[in-house]
Design a protein. Sequence first.
Lengths: 398, 305, 300
Amino acid sequence: MPNRLTRRALAAGLALSPLLAPAVVRAQAEPIRLGTLTPLTGAGGPYGPAMRKALEGVVEAVNSAGGVAGRRIQLYGEDSQTNPDAAVRAARKLIDVDRVSAIMGTWASAVTTAVAPLCWESRTMLFTVSGADSITQLPHRGYIIRTQPNSTLQISKLAEFLGAQGAKRIFILAAQTPFALTNRQVLEREMPKYGGQLLDQVIYDKDKTVFRSEVDQALRARPDFIFLNGYTPDVTILLRELYRAGWTGGKVAPAYAINQRLLDSLPAEVTNGAFTWAPSPDLESPAFKRLQTLLGTQDPDPYSCQTNDHASLAALAIAKAGAWTGDAIRENVRKISQGDGERVTEVTEGLKLLAAGREINYAGASGACDFTDTGDILTCPFRYEQAEGAKLKTVRVS
Amino acid sequence: MENYLVAMAVFAGLYGLMALGLNVIWGMTGMINLGLVGFMAVGAYTSALLTVRHATWPIWAGVLAATLVSGLAGAFVARITARLKGDYLAIVTLGFSEVVRIIASNEIRFTNGTDGISAIPGPFRGHVAPATFNLLYLGLVALALLVVFLLCQRLRHSPYGRVLRAIRDDDQVTAVAGKPVMRFKTEAFAIGAAITGFAGALYGHYNAYIAPEGFVPLITIYIVLALTAGGTGSNVGAVVGAALVVAFMEGTRFVVAEIPGLAAVQVAAVREFMIAALLILVLRYRPKGLFPEHHPRHPIPDTTP
Amino acid sequence: MLAHLIEELPQLIVNGLVVGTILALPAIGFTAIYAVLRFPNFTVASHATMGAYAGFVANVWFGLPVLPSLAVAFIVPAISGLVCDEYVLKPLRRTSAATGPMAAAIAAVALTIALENVIRFVFGNDLRGYDLPVYRDWRFDLGFAFLRVGPQQVENAAISVVVMAALFTFLAFTRTGKMMRAVADNPMLASIKGINAETVARLASLIGMGLVGVGGMLLGLDTSIDPLTGFRAVLTVFAAAVVGGLGSIPGAVVGAMVVGIGEELSLLVLDASYRTAVGFVAILVVLTFRPRGILGERAY
């Protein structure tokens, strides 16, 4: 009996080993290896698949245009499961087995913070869309690039816009996120500059199904603008509740929360008038146009725009360096994303120019893509949109 | 590749520790605990708070404190749930782990909230190459696993362990036989929780980062799967089961990547489906696990039909 | 402070009742299955999600109005619940009298993850919504406070109440219903009386998961539909069932109200972010005094 079981256990172990083989075989072609770790299951599920698709779109575009310096890009994708525990194992696999030089598209701040040490220890570049301010403050030695604006940039831009809209009394309804507190602090500090004030913030439990009383708490403070600082599933509920409560004042949410998906799932009268804001791409940008076609929507999610840029930045940095290590990307990413070079908005165009020995300055689907030394985006234009008839209309870019 | 295998072995060891903890509670004493991850979180947070956030205790002291605090948490949960039978216990323990997560998310001053705690120290981390640290830690976890395993074996073969099994098989008969059932149950729960918290602390020091989102019920399911696959009641089963679960979870990555024509989200769905299906299949076709518990030296009469 | 309290209290109670009536249906489904099969069928989470999606397909893809869509939201999870129990969970319950129910409970946890991923495989993660208008709330002036009540929520609550009434009528007055209660009360006695426990067990799974599905669609009406719709509510559903007394259908209704209103009232003293914890505090308080829930286990 024990004998048989040992054999069985051994067989289970051996059964795994041939499965590991294909990755090794593929290595003979020596493509450039890049990894993605978007959330495909769990709370980030509504965003991850489109983010992944945007990444794949860039890789496909690059490969069909002849690759980078004659090499194909091979994309290795894993699911972060929106869970740092699962993400750490997935990142280990990407780094140690697939030997990727960059991991792109981490979404949850906890996932990004969990895999960040693995990345900088193994000299792997990490491109993220996470919003927690603490991420770029990690001792990452340049291995992190974050395309999502930090609280200071994001919220100062919001305050400026709210001021221009004549908002005087702001109330925040926020999900419990790593940036909820810092967002509040920045808004509290910034609003007075524009003659307004932050009344208060209610942090809600985003896994709840009803937020009637939370909305009542907000309305009792008599605000003229409500800032919904959450994600699509909970902001859907909040918008519906605000409509039911007869709210006619202003409402604003990040562009990743009020996206096309949300607008499609709610009646237009519920979402009409809601504002969104996000770092702005060049609307005529070919990268943005390609994303629109690829994702089949007029208004690609800001996160998808950002992962589009992750892959583009990685490919361009590799082309610039002529090498495909994490270090090469780290040292060259700012050389192709900012500076005096020729302005490009599409990765293949950039690759051509780089091949011709020219300097470039990439601005992507998510905005200018100019980064500080710690990996945050420098100030850049934001696009403010307003929902009207289940579509987002650009109000202004500034 | 080696680095990856070493890291997965560390995870398997940590899961193995937790499976041993669950085995004391569930396998030996028969109390269901679907809140295991809550004790893991208590352990991980205790050690992290003491070694980096609120104090700079040495790692060993943090881990020791974590073991004690999670043991106390276990005793506390056991006391308040003492009168509940199986199904109630399942739901209450599940709720306990969610409450732990909610507190960790919201008591920002104390736990740093959803931002989590980063830069948790690990022995020699930063002084040796990452691959060496990985290997060192594997040695440490293997040692911890060995010690806890031997202790659990001792517990199982001791008169104390026999009382626990008697409680599992029929607590009323055991009570009639004059054993303080309540005390034994509380102690067993506390011991299991302490082992789990110990594993949680080691987990935090290995990953250098913990956050509330990392302590979701899914981990409890992995541990239950490990123990069930290995053999409920058997310490060898707990350890081997944990290794198999990690091997299977990782193996599915390579299998699903080969399925053609699926969108990324479908691949991810298939992978989670496979892990769930495995648990169901094991329960169905190997209800006693791959290493069924065989009754040690002094067999007690089997009361189950 | 007191004026503040008086002003807020009526609205909080109304909101709590609204939450409670919607929670009640899945809680009844969960508890009814427990009453007959004697194990917690944790697939409630994914069957609620399934109900939301079934209703979505009926309403948006086939253009059916709400009521027929609700029927679809009953039927699909009902059949799935039956099939899952018949082929996955029942064989496990039989493995041994002592460990069987626990094995089935654990398998149900795994099964709910499996089903969630089947749904994800078919529909993806994208957010969906029903093709239904949203109405402004009615407002009432109570003199000392304003009260707002949503027509849709009243409708949902009414649907929930009608379904509950139908269930109670079924259990109280039909032969099959009486058989179900007999098995729930005393399986041994029921089998001596010649009641086929198998049939009753199947009916319990069918009706129970059907109710969970309807509850899932009602949840979806107020929230959004994605593969985690059911999961978000499920802890509260369990809390409701346990507070009321596992296996007691009126208990599930009472439990849902206690948890629903309790969560709302907690806002007076606690941050909204602690809501989920309130359900479990309610469990601990109730179980401390009544270890088998408010109404005990076998009260129909």
